[in-house]
Design a protein around this ligand. Structure first.
Ligand code: PRX
Length: 677
């Protein structure tokens, strides 16, 4: 499977057509939090690290920090040392004087007949304090202990996170849809003896039993040496237990019942050092088990607060909705910590965007008067596929929309801008990673023009560059692809891999670090693991993970280049390309596409796609086959599993597909591919 990615030469010609600029409206710019065009002059590299002091000033500190940046343990940088603060205090307590009665969280249950819950800052304060008391006194947790949280998209997720933060506990949120095995791995690696879960939740109109998964996770964790002695179970319907899994005596506690003991209890927010860890978030690496990315308190909070203000443009009166799952970094940084630190109103929706129909998202936006909408290209593509004209039926108006998580095809970007943004909203394509805590590249929405398919330049403070294999920086406009690296440290970056400093150093700095003893930050460029190109205007176009680049006869092709070309064919809804081993060329691309509703598969469409690729990129990108499939294999979070498609194309082992959202599709595609070859 690595045939398409082999070799280390990152330089290649790229043949991606340039797109036109879109400009923010005067109305948007006039109200933007950041509309000073000279901003980048304050964030030049010669002013590093002091330019980050302004980010820290957005927080409330118990004790002010002495030093912006400490490089003594390079490259495990420390930020705002000497200072103490509490993340929960910054997200809740500091807003009470002025905004106690303002909605902090709008919780929208999946069933439309159930009412939206509007949780004010005052109520959030009460619920977080009482739950923190339970964590401290019932679960006997103390500062520094790790706690695994395995919750669906419910208000109890941020409540649990903020209660942990209040006590100085390190939370590890595991995506609600993850399997028992994935959950167990994280329990073991983080050394959690307490697990927070819920009995059940709604998905696609069904009440899904959740607690059973956790019983299995605890059993697996115990087999691997980590005993969970307390499982705290929230109830989807308070007072009623909705899981078929029996409660385990002396281990399981129904949170609602236990909370009665803590009515009215207030828990002082622990005074944490800036560099104390706030949470772990696991993410997959190229090899080995998922890595626990450890994020700190002061640096992380300062970074996500500043990014929420300057890039998401959140104002106190805005209603902001990010559709990510809280179990991913986007949910942590940009549903919970960033927006709440700014005193914003954040929407949490329990279910799927198409339940009961494709208009659901737009009804939520209309009813709650949402004016900032944050989602991923996968969601945009599927909304475009199932209900292209749906947004028109509803009366909502977004001032700003966000896309995150993968490169967005220009065609899809334009649909998002026109149909969902109603040609009025500014779009920020935010490029970043679990590891980076917050944004790396994006256009500053009140200032910079947007370019479909490009994330934009580094955000203020971030100095990205394209490195070739010899660590030379390729200048903007070189038209060569290379490795996207960040030349300077920044406060949102992870501190280390939990329990594995060596893995942190080798994964993110190994290749380009000048000397392992250097204490000079200039010697430690951060490696994103993504390939990209920088155009003349300084914008970065992400081509995908470096292991997603396909090498055909020594020419490198970004998978995304081919997919974007296929997407220009009007009948195509989604496209995914995989490298297929080729004796002479090394690899050839093979393409899978799904069609928009009402379009029937035909040889004409296959030809149109093949022609579009030759037209957009050249013969070099010709695909061995174009398979029209009924649907793509997808993760529960909606990402297309290219790995599975690659295994099918290469007649390899598809591995365990039971955790996919639609495992049945794998066999169907396999049959199609095997029968026709
Ligand atoms: O390949 C890049 C892609 O997603 C990767 C990070 O994934 P994850 O850690 O799960 O975090 C997702 C949410 C931040 C990156 O290495 N990626 C992320 N955002 C973009 C992107 N690719 C292109 N454009 C983006 N805006």
């Amino acid at each position: 499977m690595n045939n398409g990615t082999g070799g280390t030469d990152q330089q290649s010609e790229t043949r991606w057509k340039e797109e036109e600029y879109f400009y923010p409206s005067k109305e948007f710019t006039a109200q933007a939090n950041l509309n000073d065009k000279t901003v980048f002059e304050r964030f030049t590299l010669d002013k590093f690290p002091d330019y980050y002091a302004g980010f820290a000033d957005m927080l409330t500190w118990f004790k002010p920090w002495d030093k912006v940046f400490d490089a003594s343990d390079a490259p495990c940088w420390k930020w705002f040392t000497g200072g103490t603060l509490n993340a929960s205090f910054n997200c809740i307590d500091r807003h009470l004087a002025k905004d106690a009665n303002k909605t902090a969280i709008h919780f929208v249950p999946e069933l439309e007949e159930e009412k939206t819950e509007h949780i004010t800052y005052q109520e959030l304060y009460v619920r977080v304090n009482e739950f923190a008391a339970l964590l401290r006194d019932t679960a006997k947790l103390k500062r520094g202990d790790r706690v695994t949280i395995h919750l669906p998209m419910v208000a109890e997720a941020p409540i649990a996170m903020l209660a942990c933060a209040r006590l100085g506990l390190v939370h590890t949120v595991v995506f609600g849809g993850f399997s028992a095995n994935a959950c167990a791995d994280r329990i073991v690696d983080s050394g959690s003896r307490v697990l927070i879960t819920m009995d059940a939740y709604y998905r696609s109109g069904k009440l899904i039993d959740h607690k059973g998964v956790d019983d299995e996770a605890c059993a697996l964790a115990a087999e691997n040496g980590q005993k969970v002695d307390t499982v705290l179970v929230w109830q989807r319907y308070p007072g009623k237990y909705s899981s078929a899994a029996p409660l385990v005596p002396d281990r399981d506690i129904i949170v609602g019942d236990e909370l009665k003991k803590y009515y009215g209890v207030r828990v002082p927010a622990e005074e944490m050092r800036s560099e104390d860890p706030l949470f772990l978030m696991y993410t997959s690496g190229t090899t080995g088990k998922p890595k626990g990315c450890q994020h700190g308190t002061g640096g992380y909070m300062a970074y996500v607060t500043a990014m929420s203000k300057y890039i998401l443009d959140i104002h106190p009166e805005d209603v902001y909705w990010c559709t990510a799952d809280i179990g991913w970094i986007t949910g942590h940084s940009f549903i919970v910590y960033g927006p709440l630190s700014l005193g914003g109103s954040s929407v949490i929706y329990e279910g799927v965007p198409t339940y009961p129909d494709a208009g659901r998202n737009w009804r939520i936006a209309q009813d709650l008067n949402v004016n900032i909408f944050h989602t991923a290209p996968t969601a945009i593509r599927s909304l475009r596929k199932v209900g292209p004209d749906e947004p028109k039926k509803y009366n909502f108006k977004f001032k700003l929309m966000v896309t995150v998580g993968e490169p967005i095809e220009p065609e899809v970007w334009r649909w998002y801008e026109k149909e969902i943004g109603k040609s009025q909203a500014v779009i920020v394509d935010t490029y970043w990673q679990t590891e980076t805590g917050g944004f790396l590249c994006a256009t500053v929405p009140g200032i910079a023009p947007m370019k479909p398919g490009s994330a934009g330049p580094g955000v203020p403070g971030i100095h990205p560059a394209i490195f070739d294999d010899e660590a030379n920086i390729l200048p903007p406009g070189s038209n060569k692809a290379g490795n996207i690296c960040i030349r300077n440290p920044w406060p949102g970056c992870m501190q280390t891999v939990w329990g594995d400093r060596d893995r942190f150093v080798s994964s993110y700095f190994g290749r380009y670090s000048v000397s392992s003893d250097s204490k000079d930050w200039r010697d430690w460029p951060y490696i994103t693991g993504d390939g990209g190109i920088q155009t003349q205007d300084g914008y970065f176009r992400v081509l995908g993970r470096t292991d997603d680049v396909i090498n055909v006869s020594g020419h490198r092709l970004g998978s995304k280049e081919i997919e974007a070309a296929a997407m220009t064919v009007p009948e195509i809804a989604e496209a995914a390309v995989v490298p297929i081993a080729h004796e002479i060329k090394g690899a050839e691309p093979e393409l899978y596409v799904s069609l928009k509703p009402g379009v029937a598969a035909s040889p004409e469409i296959v030809k149109k796609v093949a022609d579009a690729i030759t037209f957009q990129i050249g013969k070099i990108a010709k695909c061995r086959n174009v398979w029209i499939v009924p649907d793509m294999p997808k993760t529960r979070s909606g990402k297309i599993m290219r790995r599975v498609l690659g295994a099918i194309s290469n007649k390899g082992d598809v591995g365990n597909v039971m955790t996919l959202a639609n495992p049945e599709i794998v066999e169907e595609i396999q049959k199609m591919v095997n029968n026709q070859k």
